[in-house]
Ligand binder design. Structure first.
Ligand code: NDP
Length: 287
């Protein structure tokens, strides 16, 4: 299947369940109007197949096996996009992530390999395939803004610096992971009482990464690179919290930054429910 110039090719990672699944469902419904080709990213093909069946197997949704914590899987998926879809991508929605595990170096390493390095590596592979006026949407969380609000001034300045590089951001991340082993995250400037500490640092890093990527890539092809919080939604990541809103509301928050006119969006910025959020701020988590 190769795409035609009018079609948008959209990849959603981690789309076999939760918010990503709802994003795909809504994109598929839009499709008779805008002719989308939707790539449903799943690390496990069986779980992807089941999701496709639940969606009624529409003809414009294709499965793409993609484990974002694996460089090999990312390379294979990139080749598949080149071979099957003419190497054309219009929108990438980096939705896949994992939630809080225990406070150990191993857990942190695993979580960063998905939530931060996974997005970074996938974008390095896919940004060259993004078409003129394309968009890359990195799904973050208000937890990242709150984490920085509760952190030291020094850390706030480092994460929000307009000259921050990916190498410096990797260093911040690696220092945090090492500090878990020595129980010295507080000395680095993190507040050990911050909720979901490791998860929140991964999301603060994604918000900062988005700003760096926007600076690096936007001028090349008029690409918009944005981060977005879907809001607090009942999914497996929070054991379907009874006080959270349905996942489809989270999908709407993501789809706003996919579809809003370029004039309504600021490159590199962070959004939730159509509103720009601060990188550092005490934001109501439960929206
Ligand atoms: P879910 O746990 O329901 O879904 C997570 C998805 O990510 C699953 O499809 C999972 O696949 C996939 N995934 C996990 N690891 C990998 C990997 N290594 N490679 C590829 N896919 C992977 O979570 P949500 O739908 O709630 O989360 C979606 C996004 O929204 C995440 O980025 C999350 O951090 C963010 N978010 C969610 C909030 C909420 O309240 N739900 C609030 C703020 C942000 P599998 O089924 O194989 O495990």
């Amino acid at each position: 299947m190769s795409s035609t110039s009018q079609q948008r090719v959209i990849l959603v990672t981690g789309a076999n369940k939760g918010i990503g699944f709802e994003v795909v469902k809504k994109l598929a419904k839009e499709s008779p109007i805008n002719n989308n080709i939707i790539l449903l990213g799943c690390r496990d093909l069986k779980r992807g197949q089941d999701a496709l069946v639940r969606l009624g197997s529409p003809s414009n949704i294709y499965l793409l096996q993609l484990d974002i914590s694996s460089r090999d899987s990312i390379a294979r998926a990139t080749d598949e996009i080149k071979c099957k879809y003419g190497g054309q991508l219009n929108i990438v929605i980096n939705n896949a992530a994992t939630g809080e595990l225990e406070l150990t170096v191993e857990s942190a390493r695993e979580m960063f390999s998905i939530n931060y390095y996974g997005i970074k590596t996938l974008n390095e592979h896919l940004l060259p395939l993004i078409q003129e006026n394309g968009r890359v949407i990195n799904v973050a969380s208000a937890c990242g803004s709150i984490l920085l609000y509760e952190a030291s001034k020094d850390l706030q300045e480092k994460y929000s610096s307009s000259t921050l590089t990916t190498e410096q951001l990797d260093r911040l991340v690696e220092d945090f992971i090492s500090a878990i082993a020595t129980n010295t995250t507080e000395e680095l400037g993190y507040n050990p009482k911050s909720s979901y500490l490791i998860y929140s640092v991964t999301k603060a890093a994604v918000i900062a990464l988005t700003q760096i990527e926007a600076r690096q890539w936007s001028s090349a092809k008029n690409v918009l690179i944005l981060s977005v919080c879907p809001g607090y939604c009942a999914t497996d990541i929070n054991k379907n919290a009874p006080d959270a809103r349905p996942a489809e509301f989270g999908a709407d928050s993501i789809l706003y930054v996919v579809n809003a006119p370029q004039s309504e969006l600021k490159n590199g910025c962070f959004y939730r429910d159509g509103q720009q959020l601060p990188q550092i701020g005490f934001i109501n988590r439960k929206n």
